[in-house]
Design a protein around this ligand. Structure first.
Ligand code: S3P
Length: 202
């Protein structure tokens, strides 16, 4: 199995930012599911929802997740499957097929945050969060509702890191520490071996 680290978790828990930093720290490839969907559609996610609806977005999400979680190409320099950090959108893992594909491709890491922290982080950009605009429901109430609905899906992650009071670097450190404890073979495949011939960036 190509080692993949998959970031899931509720909106505004820091998935894309942490994935970028984690990938840079490891020298691994970064795959961002929402960025890929947006590039394919030629518009931001909230416009896909507005123009074509959630079902269309979820279909695109399923096909991007299927591609990203499949084996993929081998590294031209070392011949090993290329490791990657995958950032998924907050609802991706709720779909059983997405979950199974992601679980089979690597280690699923859930980023969490307290509801009040999430509400604060999204306060400037609620319009870009179609899942929170729900029948005029107050945002805090909608966050609580959606968190409750998704609780079990997020609980399937192998590792959960609370980002409420951590900086991005602290979250990356916490992920690497948790991996070293629970998945030493993945961590052994980090910077010093042929899985990462290009070396980590500082
Ligand atoms: C969604 C989360 C969003 C994006 C889409 C749906 C969700 O991604 O995929 O708006 O269902 O929670 P982020 O979690 O990166 O905001």
């Amino acid at each position: 199995m190509a080692p993949k680290l998959i970031l899931t978790g509720f909106m505004a828990t820091g998935k894309s930012t942490v994935a970028r930093h984690l990938a840079r720290r490891l020298g691994w490839r970064l795959l961002d599911c929402d960025a890929e969907i947006s590039a394919r559609a030629g518009k931001p996610i909230h416009q896909i929802f507005r123009d074509s609806g959630e079902a269309h977005f979820r279909a695109m999400e399923r096909s991007v997740i299927a591609e990203m979680s499949s084996g993929g190409r081998r590294c031209a320099r070392c011949g090993h499957p290329r490791p990657a950090v995958i950032a998924t959108g907050g609802g991706a893992i709720v779909d059983p097929k997405n979950y199974a594909a992601l679980r089979d491709s690597g280690v699923i890491i859930c980023l969490s945050a307290r509801p009040d922290v999430i509400a604060r982080r999204i306060s400037a950009g609620v319009k870009a969060r179609p899942m929170l605009a729900h029948g005029g429901m107050p945002v805090k109430q909608r966050i609580a509702e959606l968190m409750e609905e998704r609780h079990e899906a997020y609980a399937r992650a192998a590792i959960t890191i609370d980002t409420s009071e951590r900086t991005v670097d602290q979250v990356v450190d916490a992920i690497l520490d948790a991996l070293a404890d629970a998945y030493p073979t993945i961590v052994q495949a980090l910077p010093s071996t042929a899985h990462n011939p290009h070396g980590p960036r500082k």
